[in-house]
Design a protein around this ligand. Structure first.
Ligand code: NAP
Length: 282
């Protein structure tokens, strides 16, 4: 029951009505038997500063931040955690007695997905397809986990070069056009293959990134961060080729569970949240 003592959490963005976070965060709150509620506030671009001041004034305990505010929200916060600082984006704010700290839980979400299935990225030769917004957390996660090498394949190399140059100070990264023989050679050595493009996402389920499966070793982990559909054409072909597969559900739920831990101190069994997500998507 919501009472005068109920603590408030929310996601802010624009648009935000479609967000699945209220669905699985409230499932987590119920499972942990906490007196919290999680809702969604649409915040227009020019109103972000007022929204953050309102968070302090109203004593809102925590926020998730989504598009288009993840970068600009940083200037309104009192401190920024290391992952968020490196990525230049905040997706979680914790309000501790009026002091606001920004975090980015996408990195832990991405890595946690692999760890949950017992996969250890350390020392692996990784190949990443696509390099847009979500790829930043993936690249930073792979660097911190200590992959042996990282090759990024994209359709437009000049567009992605600044992103790769930014991360070169942490690790030597190879950037290739994914239609070249050099990229096929990198694919042949891959032990971990990740799709961060939207190719194959609902409703365009017939699409997939260009992968020559003849070059890919059987038994490697193929990770698609898309979660609708649960099995993209890319993952289906990977499975049929004899690869281990992982979809984006664990990354989505993992980032949410890490936000939940930062707000409440509780480490949830993420299956509760995942179940709520699956029911909402069905
Ligand atoms: P984004 O910023 O638009 O970047 C997508 C990347 O894919 C870019 O490199 C882009 O290349 C490439 N790409 C897009 N359309 C393409 C096409 N038709 N052919 C070839 N390359 C194409 O998107 P994002 O925010 O990174 O998100 C990517 C996907 O990840 C989405 O499906 C999203 O739902 C999913 N996602 C999942 C999670 C999770 O928690 N599981 C979190 C975030 C995102 P160009 O720059 O050349 O267009």
């Amino acid at each position: 029951m919501i009472t005068g003592k109920t603590k408030v959490l929310a996601v802010i963005g624009n648009p935000v009505e479609h967000s699945l976070s209220p669905v699985f965060q409230n499932a987590g709150i119920r499972a942990a038997e906490l007196d919290y509620v999680y809702t969604a506030f649409p915040v227009k671009e020019g109103k972000l500063g007022e929204a953050i001041a309102g968070m302090k004034a109203l004593g809102i305990c925590g926020l998730n931040v989504t598009i288009p505010h993840k970068e600009r929200v940083m200037k309104y916060l009192d401190s920024i955690d290391k992952d968020a600082e490196v990525l230049g984006a905040v997706n979680t704010i914790v309000n501790q007695n009026g002091v606001l700290t920004g975090y980015n839980t996408d990195v832990k979400g991405f890595v946690g997905g692999m760890k949950q299935m017992g996969y250890e990225p350390k020392g692996k030769q990784a190949v990443l397809l696509g390099a847009g917004g979500a790829a930043r957390a993936i690249i930073w996660g792979l660097i911190q986990e200590g992959v042996a090498s990282l090759t990024i394949g994209v359709r437009n190399v000049p567009k992605v070069r600044p992103l790769v140059e930014y991360f070169q100070k942490y690790m030597d990264i190879t950037l290739l056009d994914w239609s070249t023989p050099e990229f096929d050679r990198a694919l042949a050595k891959a032990q971990l293959l990740i799709n961060s493009t939207p190719l194959g996402m609902c409703p365009h389920v017939e699409a997939m990134p260009p992968v020559n499966w003849d070059k890919v070793s059987k038994g490697i982990l193929v990770y698609d961060i898309i979660y609708t559909p649960a099995e993209t054409l890319f993952l289906k072909q990977a499975r049929e080729h004899g690869c281990l597969t992982l979809n984006g559900e664990a990354m989505l739920i993992g980032q949410g569970a890490e936000s939940f831990r930062l707000w409440t101190g509780i480490e949830l069994d993420t299956e509760v949240m995942a179940q709520a997500l699956r029911e909402a998507l069905a």
